[in-house]
Design a protein around this ligand. Structure first.
Ligand code: GLU
Length: 444
């Protein structure tokens, strides 16, 4: 009997020098034809360099059935394509989730196209009818205000079609800046807009993309929630994702799949796709309202806003460098401190620093945020912070992350008069400032 030539969709056995892998053969991505991509029973995809493959054979139907039964995959799971599935638009911006390993160099470089990502995760189509659009294929460290505007405008356009939600795929490095930017820009959005990234490229067996994407889609399809949020792994296993608040989340680890944590807040919800379970963890979220009118409040792309981290042995020049800017966030110490006290012969520079801060405050809003990350500014306790406030620095009592403070300052400067900015920066507009500091919210 002639052996069938494996084609995409076939259940195959791939033999390499090191291992034997069974799964469904997927179309190799356009830009990387030298890689065999296999969907594993776990739902994850693995890419294997063709050089390493000794043999690929189609598994006969009888053996396939036995394999699937062994793994508990029943035919029923894959059947019911419902007519009335919710509609989700995926807007792609790039990042690791859209990337793959270049098997020649070992570096993560090339980018998947939106259709290729969807083809890799067919389970998404069981949850919703998906439309997908490429906005950019970029690393998130290259994001500028103009990209926030692109994303916000596209999201508003999609929402106007009456869809049930939007997923934005995004690099993880600056995902928490973008989520805050979109939360401010998309005022009144009545559907969920969920940002999703991954710490391992989508072609790896160990990728976290699958769960993050599927959990985001599942959440959009089944939860009564509207507004912007992030969906990423809750822990190192592949069993749950958290829906995290757009303005109170931060990437807290360089590489772990559960790097994203709510700061001075709790996660909004936990999504366990395998158990069909969504548990809301915090009570106050907006509900879906497809008729809600979006007021697009975009970023002024020409604005120059900076963040300056305080450190020991500072010089006034560091502050003066911002004199032509439109706004500055000082990432100060703890409760809102900076080196402004001239206490001996070694600290005379600090007088100049205070004068430089005062000069900046006359030109632009200057806002304090804490490099502690957790906790709230309290700028009335020590004389240092009183002096800084007297120089004109805003932020007293804020518990915003430095990143959200930066985004909010830029957004306020883009949409409000200068006099209003200083007042609004410490008012809660999108959940970015909480009223109470809860002990349980520390290091969770
Ligand atoms: N630095 C890249 C980015 O943020 C890759 C990291 C990632 O996507 O996780 O886009």
């Amino acid at each position: 009997m002639a052996t069938a030539i494996p084609k995409p969709g076939d259940f195959v056995e791939v033999v390499t020098a090191d291992e034997t892998i069974k799964g469904t053969l997927l179309q190799s991505p356009e830009l990387e034809k030298s890689v065999v991509v296999i969907k594993l029973g776990s739902g994850y995809n693995i890419g294997i360099s063709k050089d390493k493959v000794k043999r690929i054979t189609v598994v006969p139907p009888q053996q396939q059935q036995e394999e699937k039964e062994e793994k508990g995959i029943t035919a029923a799971a894959a059947t019911t394509k419902k007519q009335k599935l919710p509609k989700i638009s995926i807007l792609h911006t790039g990042g690791t989730i859209a990337s793959k390993v270049d098997y020649r160099t070992g570096g993560v470089i090339a980018k998947f196209l939106p259709e290729e990502i969807l083809a890799m995760f067919p389970e998404l189509k069981e949850i919703a009818n998906i439309d997908s659009k490429l906005i950019r294929n970029m690393w998130s460290e290259d994001m500028r205000f103009a990209h926030y505007n692109l994303m916000a405008k596209e999201a508003a356009k999609e929402a106007a079609k009456g869809i049930d939600g939007i997923i934005i795929t995004h690099g993880t490095d600056t995902m928490h800046y973008s989520s805050a930017a979109l939360a401010f820009a998309l005022e009144g959005i009545g559907i969920p807009v969920i940002l999703v990234g991954s710490q391992r490229s989508s072609d790896r067996g160990s990728t976290d993309s699958a769960l993050n994407l599927v959990a985001a889609a599942y959440f959009i399809a089944h939860a009564d929630f509207s507004g912007v949020a992030i969906c990423m792994h809750e822990n190192m296993s592949d069993n749950a994702c958290l829906i995290l608040p757009a303005t109170k989340t931060r990437k807290m680890h360089t590489s772990r799949r559960d790097a994203f944590r709510a700061i001075n807040s709790t996660a909004i919800a936990r999504v366990e796709v395998e158990n069909n379970n969504i548990s809301f963890l915090s009570g106050n979220h907006a509900k879906k309202n497809k008729d809600s009118k979006i007021m697009l409040k975009l970023f002024d792309e020409k604005l120059r806003v900076g963040i300056l981290k305080t450190h020991p042995n500072m010089h006034a020049e560091e502050f003066k460098a911002y004199q032509s800017y439109d706004g500055l966030v000082i990432e100060g110490f703890a409760l809102g401190h900076a080196p402004v006290s001239a206490i001996d012969e070694f600290t005379t520079e600090h007088k100049k620093i205070l004068a430089a801060i005062e000069a900046l405050c006359k030109k632009m809003p200057v806002v304090m945020a804490s490099q502690c990350i957790y906790g709230r500014l309290q700028m009335n306790v020590y004389q240092t912070a009183r002096d800084i406030q007297a120089a004109g620095v805003a932020g007293h009592l804020s518990d915003m992350t430095p990143e959200t403070t930066f985004i909010k300052l830029a957004w306020l400067l883009s949409n409000y008069k200068k006099a209003e900015v200083k007042d609004l920066i410490t008012k809660n507009l999108r959940g970015e400032i909480t009223e109470r500091t809860e002990p349980a919210d520390f290091l969770v």
